[in-house]
Design a protein around this ligand. Structure first.
Ligand code: XMP
Length: 514
């Protein structure tokens, strides 16, 4: 594929994914690679430009991540960010020094060269996001300072002749007011990109590539109804039609009517050409979950049973050539570059490759960020209700029912959750909230209904705002909404006499209850 591309060389910065995202938001394809990527490989990839990310190290430390001088001799434009800017300065003959105090947070920058391509059209001073202790004390030969702050003599420098640019701050984070404009100037005006990264061209070229690769082969996909596996399935269906079989395991732990909704889209009455197998396995899962109340044990049971059911279906289908997985780019970056290790043991189909007979895995979304997966889904005609869905954990309601799971508890939580979601939508709050759902505490308490004593369950409403799901704040929902939901739940859902709102943030709580 001859698509224009920017290589983001990762030196260990926490914002490496963001840099690639910002470039792609400008309509230019970007890939993140470890800083050890060889010059030969870089040459083969024909990048229009390279961006060095930030990183926690100091260029003078003996083991700090570095790059060979060859990189600066390829004639490829380079933008250095934070550590990347210091590395560029250091490698090209400038001086990097450690400041007595760090410069951190929102910082006012004064532009010294308004004619510089990165600063074009940006009024001085402007606010940027700084996070550094080392700084460039003297720029390398051929460079000049294009901006400074009170504490940092080189907030930005450039060498237009060689198309080398560097900024001490982080243009990729939102707090840098003109950051995106600067990235845009780099990719368009310095690297000469034309902006050929669009979802329709991705969809079109993926379909072509998948068709060429698969030929007459048989393809199997574990469809969960979640965004990633749904988009992957539709792409494959457009590419190879009935050579694709999707197995949808309904484990009885989905939200109300969700199984039917998935079937309406992917089943025989839906618009897509594929073989759809729905396995109604609720009974099996409830049976296995009997007596299990410890969260990790429940997760394990659900994960294992899922694989079991899938395996049985796969054996009925017989040998297949390809197994589809809905891996997306953040998963690739997190597991491939090995810098951060934060993820909890999530239920997914990671165990499948060992037990299903197939030749190769296909991961059609492995280069897409979540918002791009959504854009591709809309491009492919998937309903926006499915594409814009909130995250839903693999073990489903199994981790939203504290303690032992029973069919009765599943019914309660499904109904309460449906009411909660309906009322949030009716109040027009859907778009502004991170994630919201009803869960079931394992608590039963005394109440009074009519003239009778009740001894019923307490439903927990959970609603959080979050940007990355690693941390979250409890949302301050309007009281009228909470009381309406409460009144509907206690009146309409049998077995509930109390509704509680979870006001805890993450940390110390997690978003799900288990
Ligand atoms: P926690 O509960 O860890 O959840 O704060 C963070 C985000 O991850 C989702 N989540 C899961 N997603 N499989 C998934 O695919 C899982 O096992 C799982 N557990 C939690 C959760 O809904 C939230 O968005």
């Amino acid at each position: 594929m001859n698509r224009e591309m920017i290589i983001v060389l990762d030196f260990g910065g926490q914002y490496n994914q963001l840099i690639a995202r910002r470039v792609r938001e400008c309509g230019v394809y970007a890939e993140v690679h470890p800083y050890t990527l060889s010059p030969e490989r870089i040459r083969q990839m024909h990048p229009k430009g390279i961006i060095f990310t930030g990183g926690p190290d100091s260029v003078y430390l003996p083991d700090s991540p570095s790059c060979g001088s060859e990189l600066f001799e390829m004639g490829i434009p380079i933008l250095g960010i934070c550590y990347g800017s210091q590395l560029m300065a250091y490698r090209l003959g400038g001086v990097v020094t450690t400041a007595p105090v760090s410069e951190y947070g929102h910082t006012s920058v004064t532009v010294d060269d308004p004619a510089d391509v990165l600063w074009k059209g940006i009024a001085s001073p402007t606010v940027v996001w700084m996070s550094h202790t080392d700084y460039i004390a003297a720029v390398p030969p051929g460079f000049h300072v294009t901006a400074h702050t009170d504490r940092c003599p080189t907030a930005a420098m450039s060498c237009p002749e060689k198309k080398f640019y560097a900024v001490q701050f982080h243009p990729e984070v939102m707090h840098t007011v003109q950051g995106k404009a600067m990235i845009r100037s780099f990719v368009y005006d310095v690297c000469g990109c034309s902006g050929d990264w669009k979802m329709d061209s991705f969809v079109e070229s993926s379909i072509r590539t998948l068709r060429d690769k698969i030929g007459n082969g048989k393809v199997l996909c574990a469809l969960s109804g979640g965004v990633d596996s749904s988009v992957a399935a539709v792409l494959l269906s457009k590419a190879v039609g009935r050579q694709l079989t999707c197995v949808f395991v309904d484990h009885g732990l989905l939200r109300k009517d969700e199984g039917d909704q998935v079937e309406a889209v992917f089943g025989p009455k839906g618009p897509y050409e594929l073989n759809f197998i729905r396995v109604n396995a609720a009974g099996r899962f409830y049976e296995k979950l009997k007596g299990a109340s410890e969260p990790e044990q429940k997760r394990r049971i659900i994960g294992e049973e899922f694989i079991r059911v899938f395996e049985e279906e796969a054996h009925k289908i017989g040998a297949v050539d390809y197994l589809v997985q809905g891996t997306i780019y953040p998963d690739v970056i997190e597991s491939g570059l090995g810098k951060s290790a934060v993820i909890k043991s999530h239920h997914n189909v990671g165990g499948l490759p060992d037990i299903v007979d197939f030749k190769e895995i296909i991961e059609p979304l492995r280069m897409l960020f979540k918002d791009e997966v959504r854009a591709a889904g809309l491009e492919l005609g998937l309903p926006s209700s499915l594409v814009m869905r909130q995250p839903f954990p693999g073990p489903g309601l199994g981790v939203r029912i504290v303690g032992e799971v029973t069919a009765e508890k599943v019914r309660i939580v499904q109904e309460a959750d449906a009411i909660f979601r309906e009322e949030i939508a009716a109040a027009g709050l859907e778009r502004g909230l991170g994630q919201y759902f009803a869960a079931l505490s394992n608590m039963r308490s005394v109440g009074v209904m009519g003239d009778f004593r009740t001894y019923d369950y307490a439903v927990v409403l959970r609603c959080v705002n979050t940007s990355d799901f690693m941390t979250a704040d409890a949302a301050q929902l309007p009281w009228e909404v909470l009381s309406k939901v409460t009144s509907r739940i206690v009146n309409e859902v049998k077995g509930v006499n109390r509704v509680l709102y979870d006001c805890t943030g993450k940390p110390p709580a997690t978003i799900e209850l288990e």
